[in-house]
Design a protein around this ligand. Structure first.
Ligand code: ADP
Length: 483
């Protein structure tokens, strides 16, 4: 643990215009390890002025960065990727310390985060325009794709590294520059990435990290006309607020917001595969991912058998400090997260649900919570409609396909959905009927750098990753040439 804190990647200053800075008023914010309560370090508590300074630096760096040939930008992103892999262990340990996830998951997240650097380093070379056949003989019509300009990013704590690279890599590959406000709980992963960006030859001002007040920095990011694009991952209420704040300048936006993912186990599902799917789709990161399933719908005819298998698998999970070997479930991020899980359990139990396993704070104390399964959960329970963001799997019972599709779609959210069936015709029928941006079919793990990640309805706008992800950082310009 101390090794990572001795590393040059452990930075306690913000990174603006290639410099490591304190807040103007020297204010700092303390960051604690959610597993132990120990102080890890401090970061500057910056505000509006420093955000403005970072935006000005990004604006100044923009002309030279966007003028570089794509392959030059690509080479630096590739160098950033290589450095992330080289320093995987330090990055993963820092992440586990500030976020709590088991070290194995943190190591995987570093690989996942780095994969966006590699992918967009390549995609940046393939930003093609178009030549359009003209309706008039004396005209030639061309389409250019150009970088949007200065992009601002606001990221959450649940994936402290990947949610940054998923935005920064396409932005920089496209020729944009970026200012980033990381989540207050997990700034050290962001600052470590900035240290590597510097070593990778990303010029000063191209990637900036401002730590501090969400309201002030967010206010400047959304209110400053130099910023042409805001990309945000977080809750739907904050997404709505940022969208309203961006309305004045009509900024381009990408929003990756909350979810309420259904997980449907049909009567013809392979139950063992479905249990493995739930372990990933529900319990990864202790249930704290926006694509985590929130509601499990199990067909009446396999309900009891599935519940028994899931119970065995969940009881084998090991709760503890993410740095300890064999741990598969870390602490929740904070007390508010614990209260939400408890509220969903007590509401469901009050309405007639039973606790099959777990249900309480873990004996380790702090924010450690027992992985929980509830059975016979009524459809009017809070957990049917609200995202829990914790290790709670509520099992609802259903009788037929039309009914379960209607229940699955009965939410304002539309990020991820999962279902298990061995029937090919049902796969297409159900996949097409689900109102979601992403559907896992016989698969509990859907995220990777080559596929489009994003939601519909109140789950957001735009897509990240894949060939589509870079489009979010490009404007289309049409040239009409008389000749
Ligand atoms: P969560 O509840 O998962 O922390 P939030 O949506 O509150 O999700 O936070 C996601 C990110 O949005 C964090 O970086 C947080 O600091 C930031 N944030 C929260 N409130 C605001 C705000 N008013 N303006 C700008 N950013 C904000």
């Amino acid at each position: 643990m101390t090794d990572s804190l001795q590393s040059p990647l452990f930075r306690q200053h913000a990174y603006i215009n290639g410099q490591w800075l304190s807040a103007r008023n020297s204010a700092t914010q303390s960051i604690f390890n959610p597993a132990t309560g120990e102080l890890i370090g401090t970061v500057p508590m910056m505000g509006r002025e420093e955000a403005r300074q970072a935006i000005a630096a990004a604006d100044q760096a923009l002309p030279a960065w966007r003028a570089l040939p794509a392959r030059e930008r690509s080479a630096r992103l590739r160098a950033w990727f290589d450095l992330m892999l080289e320093h995987q262990e330090v990055l993963a340990r820092l992440m586990t310390m500030e976020q709590g996830k088991p070290l194995a998951e943190a190591r995987n997240e570093i690989l996942y985060a780095a994969s966006f650097m590699e992918w967009f380093a390549e995609e940046g070379k393939r930003v093609y325009g178009d030549v359009i056949p003209s309706p008039q003989a004396d005209k030639r019509l061309l389409v250019l794709k150009q970088p949007v300009g200065v992009a601002a990013a606001i990221t959450p704590w649940n994936f402290p590294s990947a949610m940054i690279t998923r935005k920064a890599a396409p932005a920089l590959a496209a020729g944009c520059t970026m200012v980033l406000k990381p989540a207050p709980q997990t700034p050290f992963s962001a600052l470590a990435l900035a240290a590597l960006a510097s070593s990778a030859g990303i010029p000063a001002g191209v990637f900036n990290v401002v730590t501090g007040s969400a309201e002030e920095i967010g206010g400047e990011f959304t209110g400053n006309p130099i910023v042409r694009k805001l990309t945000f991952t977080g809750s739907t209420p904050i997404g709505r607020l940022l969208m309203a704040q961006c309305a004045h300048d009509v900024k381009k936006m990408s929003l990756e917001l909350g979810g309420n993912a259904p997980f449907i186990v049909f009567e013809d599902a392979d139950l063992d595969k479905a249990v493995q799917g739930v372990l990933i789709a529900k319990y990864r990161n202790n249930g704290q991912t926006c694509v985590c399933t929130n509601r499990l719908y199990v067909h009446d005819s396999v309900y009891d058998a599935f519940a028994a298998k899931l119970k065995t698998a969940v009881e084998a999970l090991k709760v503890g400090n993410g740095l300890d070997s064999g741990v598969t479930i870390g602490p929740l991020i904070n007390d508010a997260a614990v209260h939400k899980v408890e509220a969903h359990i007590s509401d469901a139990v009050g309405k007639g649900a039973s606790v099959l396993t777990g249900g309480k704070l873990h004996a380790l104390g702090g924010t450690f919570f027992q992985p929980t399964i509830l059975t016979n959960v009524p459809h009017d329970a809070l957990v049917a409609g609200e995202e829990t963001f914790g290790p709670l799997a509520p099992l609802f019972r259903f009788q037929d396909e039309a009914e379960v599709i209607a229940r699955a779609n009965d939410t304002e959210y539309g990020l991820a959905a999962y279902f298990y069936t061995e029937s090919l015709s049902r796969i297409f029928r159900v996949a097409e009927a689900l109102e979601y941006g992403m559907v896992g079919i016989n698969s509990g793990s859907i995220s990777n750098e080559v596929a489009p990640f994003g939601g519909v309805k109140a789950s957001g706008l735009g897509r990240e990753g894949s060939k589509y992800g870079i489009e979010e950082y490009l404007e289309i310009k049409y040239l009409n040439i008389g000749c």
